[in-house]
Structure formats: structure tokens, C-alpha cells
Design a protein around this ligand. Structure first.
Ligand SMILES: [Co+2]
Length: 409
């Protein structure tokens, strides 16, 4: 089974039969859509794959038009410290990258120095956005080889990078759209980010109010969700953790479907959204239109103090989705008692939801760049491992207001 991302090649139809499945791949506009057609008996059991060794998120890399200014934005607005840098001053001729860190969260902000560079092409096509979702693993080479043997498209063969701080193994495979997954083994490395980067210590004025990446969400095109669910099952050995359909995730006007893939430990959670039919244009369709392909919709960042974190972020000028009027009138009836003061949550527009294991608090930023594409979620879990299903309607009504303002609803 092969999975392909958009590669700029000519329109084509690929038809292949592997392991009792036929895969139909066709180029559709700029999108290479991959669909499964099961040829075997319907009772065919899914083959359980041994999971890859990946243990957690390592970092998320953004490709942007101006890395210097974007790094300043994520430092000043979100409290990330700049910990490492590479560029012409460090012997890298074609790009600059800033490595940012806060708690266990690492962001890598990269921009091109020349017009014909693949990074510049990526930005031209997608705007600023997420290029790589990287996972920390004890053996990047083994995970890469296993993934490719299971049908992943190799993107970068395993390499060992080294400097005075030690060695790091890196390898990459293609994922949805032009997004890639990077395997990183840094057990024998003591430097601030990766070999080739020079330490920097440009601190944020306020920091350490955000702790770790909770989940990273993909938006894919019409009827593509199952393909990517199977990608994470077949290639990564992940399992389906949650499933939401139009009845969960719709308003009067717009709808989407979502399945959450997770690593065995739940440290890595990867929801996958696809548009569903509604009276008006799904926000997932709007995303894919503006991004030019499937890609990362949002990065959820966990905090142990969402009231403090959101107050700080608002003071820093971060814009959040607002809550429809009346949301807080019904919240107590829906979620019962919570530790936080409801009026404080109302003042900051923080949402709350409960499942059978506990509750969670969450809020979503506006898009982080000009195009209405990637955004952040700030989340505090109090027992619940879910995703705020009870808030979907409120969130999507807020997004619909923005879509209407953009003329894209
Ligand atoms: Co989320």
C-alpha cells in the first residue's frame, strides 16, 4: 500500500491492488486524492500492526514568508523562548530557521532566502503553514524503515546529524497534502535543538504558561478521512480513539466528520477532519481551498492553568474565537460542578465540556496568519481525554461568523 502526497506531477490515475485492496488515486485540481476500494469480503478483519516506536511529539515546523518576524510573533504573543538559530551566519546558505521552546513544546520557524527554493514554493502555494509534524522516537531509522516497508512514501532517508553536543538521527516520510512526518532520535544529544543550530537565548517576557502539545489536527478533502485513518493504522500502528460525525459536528449550516488516531500511550493524538454536506460551505472545505491542499488545521497546546494562560495571551494581543451569547447560561446544566469560577471563564471566553472521565477547558485562537488556515487551541484537561464535543456547535457558529465576514460561507 503506497500513500502519496501532492508532488506536482502531471494529472494521473493510479490503480493498484495490494493486500486485497484496490487503491484508486486521482489528481483532482491541485489535490491528489487517495481512496480505498475494498475488494475483499466485508467481514475482513483489520490487520493489527505493531506500533512504531514513536513516543511523543518532538516539534512542529512552520514554513513561513518571514521567519524573523514569525519567530518574534510566537515569542511575543505566545511566550516561546528562541533557543537556537541557523542561517547564513552559521553556514546555512538557503534558509533561516528559529527554534522556539516553551515547556516541552518546540516550534521550528523556517523561511527561504531565495525565490526558487522549495520552501518559497511551499509558502507561495500554502501561505504560512505547518510543513512537518515531528515525532520523538528511540530509533528514527527503524521507524522510517518500518513505515516505508508498510507503504509510506520515503521523503528523506535516515541521516545522523552531529556536532559538539552529540548526534541526532532524522528521517522523514510523506503525509497528507504537502505535510511530512519527521522521526527524531535525540537521546544522545545535549544541544538546544539539532546539530547545525547555534544556541540563542532570546527569552519571552512571560513564558512557561504552556506545557506540551496535546494533539495536532489534519484537515483533508472530501471523503479522504478514511484513507488517512488507515494510513495511521497501517503505517504507524495507531488506533482509532474517537469518532465524530455530522450529528456531533454540525450547526444549522455547516458540518464536518472527524476521527481521532492515537498512539498506544495516548501521548500522540492526531484527529483527522473531512468536510460534510451542509447548507453552507464547511469550514474544512474553506481551509483546503485557502491552503491549497490538505494540511494541519490546529495544534492543541496543553496548559495546567488555562485561566492564567489565556489572560496572558489576551494581554499579549492574541485573538480568540468568541463564544455565542447564552453559552454560559447552559454550561452548568451541561457539565455540572467544576473547580473554576464560571464568571472568570466567561470573562475570558473559555469553553468547558465533560465526558465520563472528567472535564476539559479549551479555547481556540483565530488563524495565526493571513489565510484562514492553521490556528492554536489552548486546552486544560481535568480528567477528560476527549476533544470538547459539547463545544463543537458553539465553536463552529463562531467560525461561521468569521467565514461570513470573509465572504466564504
Ligand atoms: Co482540538
Amino acid at each position: 500500500m503506497k500513500y502519496f502526497s501532492t508532488d506536482g506531477s502531471a494529472p494521473q490515475v493510479r490503480l493498484r491492488s495490494v493486500n486485497n485492496r484496490t487503491t484508486i488515486q486521482r489528481e483532482f485540481g491541485n489535490l491528489l486524492l487517495t481512496g480505498y476500494h475494498r475488494m475483499s469480503a466485508p467481514q475482513e478483519a483489520r490487520q493489527q500492526r505493531a506500533p512504531l516506536a514513536v513516543v511523543d511529539f518532538d516539534h512542529v515546523e512552520f514554513y513561513v514568508g518571514n521567519a524573523k518576524q514569525a519567530a518574534y510573533f510566537y515569542r511575543t504573543a505566545f511566550g516561546f523562548n528562541i533557543v537556537a538559530y541557523c542561517g547564513p551566519e552559521t553556514g546555512v546558505r538557503d534558509r533561516v530557521s528559529y527554534a522556539l521552546q516553551q515547556g516541552a513544546i518546540r516550534l521550528l520557524i523556517t523561511g527561504a532566502l531565495t525565490a526558487d527554493h522549495p520552501i518559497a514554493e511551499h509558502v507561495h502555494r500554502h501561505g504560512d503553514g505547518v510543513y512537518a509534524v515531528a515525532f520523538r522516537t528511540p530509533d528514527a531509522t527503524a521507524d522510517f524503515q518500518q513505515a516505508v516497508a508498510r507503504g509510506a512514501k520515503a521523503w528523506r532517508e535516515p541521516v545522523t546529524l552531529r556536532d559538539a553536543h552529540g548526534t541526532v538521527q532524522v528521517a522523514e516520510i510523506a503525509a497528507y497534502g504537502d505535510t511530512i512526518h519527521r522521526f527524531v532520535t535525540r537521546d544522545n544529544y545535549t544541544g538546544p535543538f539539532l546539530p547545525g543550530f547555534e544556541p540563542r537565548s532570546v527569552r519571552a517576557a512571560q513564558t512557561e504558561f504552556l506545557q506540551r502539545i496535546d494533539h495536532v489536527v489534519a484537515n483533508v478533502g472530501w471523503n479522504e478521512m478514511e484513507t488517512w485513518v488507515q494510513f495511521y493504522e497501517d503505517i504507524f500502528g495507531f488506533f482509532q480513539f474517537r469518532h465524530f460525525d455530522e450529528t456531533d459536528i454540525s450547526t444549522e449550516y455547516t458540518a464536518l466528520r472527524s476521527k481521532v488516531m492515537a498512539s498506544p500511550s495516548l501521548a500522540i493524538k492526531l484527529p483527522i477532519n473531512e468536510p460534510a454536506k451542509g447548507k453552507k460551505r464547511s469550514q474544512i472545505e474553506e481551509y483546503v481551498d485557502f491552503y491549497g491542499s490538505p494540511g494541519v488545521q490546529h495544534i492543541a497546546i496543553a496548559t495546567s492553568d488555562i485561566l492564567g494562560a489565556v489572560a496572558q495571551l489576551r494581554a499579549n494581543g492574541v485573538e480568540f474565537q468568541s463564544v455565542p451569547p447564552g453559552y454560559y447560561d447552559t454550561v452548568t446544566g451541561r457539565v455540572g460542578d467544576i473547580a473554576e469560577d464560571l464568571s472568570a471563564l466567561r470573562d475570558l471566553n473559555i469553553l468547558v465540556d465533560r465526558d465520563d472521565q472528567g472535564y476539559l477547558l479549551q479555547i481556540f485562537t483565530k488563524p495565526l496568519q493571513d489565510r484562514p488556515t492553521v490556528f492554536f487551541e489552548i486546552i486544560q484537561r481535568r480528567g477528560s481525554e476527549s476533544f470538547g464535543k459539547g463545544n463543537f456547535k458553539a465553536l463552529f457558529e463562531a467560525i461561521e461568523q468569521d467565514q461570513a465576514a470573509r465572504g466564504t460561507l
